[in-house]
Design a protein around this ligand. Sequence first.
Ligand SMILES: Cc1cc2nc3c(=O)[nH]c(=O)nc-3n(C[C@H](O)[C@H](O)[C@H](O)COP(=O)(O)OP(=O)(O)OC[C@H]3O[C@@H](n4cnc5c(N)ncnc54)[C@H](O)[C@@H]3O)c2cc1C
Ligand code: FES
Length: 338
Amino acid sequence: MTSEKLRLKVLEVVQETGDAHSIVFEKPEGVSYRPGQFLTLRLPHEDSWVARCYSLSSAPDVDPHLKVTVKRVVDGRGSNWVCDNVLAGHEIDVLAPSGTFTPKSLDTDYLLLAGGSGITPVMSIIRTSLARGSNKMLLVYANRDEQSVIFHKELRALVAEHPERLVVLHWLETVQGLPSLKPLQEIVRPWGHSEAFICGPAPFMDCAADALKGLGMSRDRIHIERFTSLAGDPWTEVVAELSSGGPTTDLVVTLDGETHELDWPQDQKLLDFLLEKGLDAPYSCREGACSACGVKLLEGEVDMEVNSVLEQDDLDEGWRLACQSRPSTDAVKVSYDD
Ligand SMILES: Cc1cc2nc3c(=O)[nH]c(=O)nc-3n(C[C@H](O)[C@H](O)[C@H](O)COP(=O)(O)OP(=O)(O)OC[C@H]3O[C@@H](n4cnc5c(N)ncnc54)[C@H](O)[C@@H]3O)c2cc1C
Ligand code: FES
């Protein structure tokens, strides 16, 4: 759940398309994850390192190994290094699986909207659902052209195996142009009852989210994963912030089904405080960029120092980043379980 540091052995590298490679890692005993979660990889860059998150495209309980799928970004430091250099037998430092882009139930119908490399967490959700759940799913998968469709064959095989549960519609820019609101709305209209997961380039995600909101789907049924690069290095930086005393806030926090009442120093960030208290609060980047530490604010208010990932809709719904939040009221109630 937290950012445990692991060294993973590469078992295989698979070229998925001209610019996307999957890296298959040996799964150490005791490492578990939920579909839709990601690993953070430590990758060499010049004389230093960059930390990059990559969603697991493998399915927990189904695949014996861990797999991430990396698509090259023009002039990108981490993605090109992975695609150019990683070979079977290499070892890579990672932070344990993390993230909140994961389904709560595998029996709820899902509308999955993916663009390009945004298919990776979605693939894990599809394969886990087909193996363990009873839901129906529509995947709308947008790509530049047929050659850039990652997991093309695998998706076709899954549809052939589960025709009554999985429908896949490809949207190719070379054929249909860029995805746009009205046509997308017509495609997804019959799925208004479902829960939506959106992942891909920013314009695609904005269009998909607008299409769903326009159909009246409530924001709490729309889950969005934004692919950004981390600026810091979670391996080297001392990030924990201690309190220097002073006023406290009455904190009520629910985590893993247990509720705790604590005096939270107002000069300390929520995540630092909970970890200091020995609670297993989730996190990954600790720089406001990945949302692994997302927590629902139920009462009171907090100030976030950095927020590179939550949108106004998320904030309106009460989502906050624990790694960036200090209290701004005398009483705060939050939940990790909502
Ligand atoms: C939760 C999560 C899951 C993710 N999952 C995946 C996944 O499954 N697959 C995947 O492929 N990606 C995924 N990503 C995205 C991934 O983490 C990286 O952001 C992506 O690979 C680009 O990293 P990069 O180092 O190659 O590019 P960067 O070096 O970060 O560059 C990004 C862009 O910035 C420009 N740039 C480079 N250097 C500079 C500079 N010094 N100043 C200004 N601009 C610069 C580059 O030209 C490029 O256009 C995920 C991200 C998150 C947060
Ligand atoms: S741990 Fe990444 S945003 Fe807080």
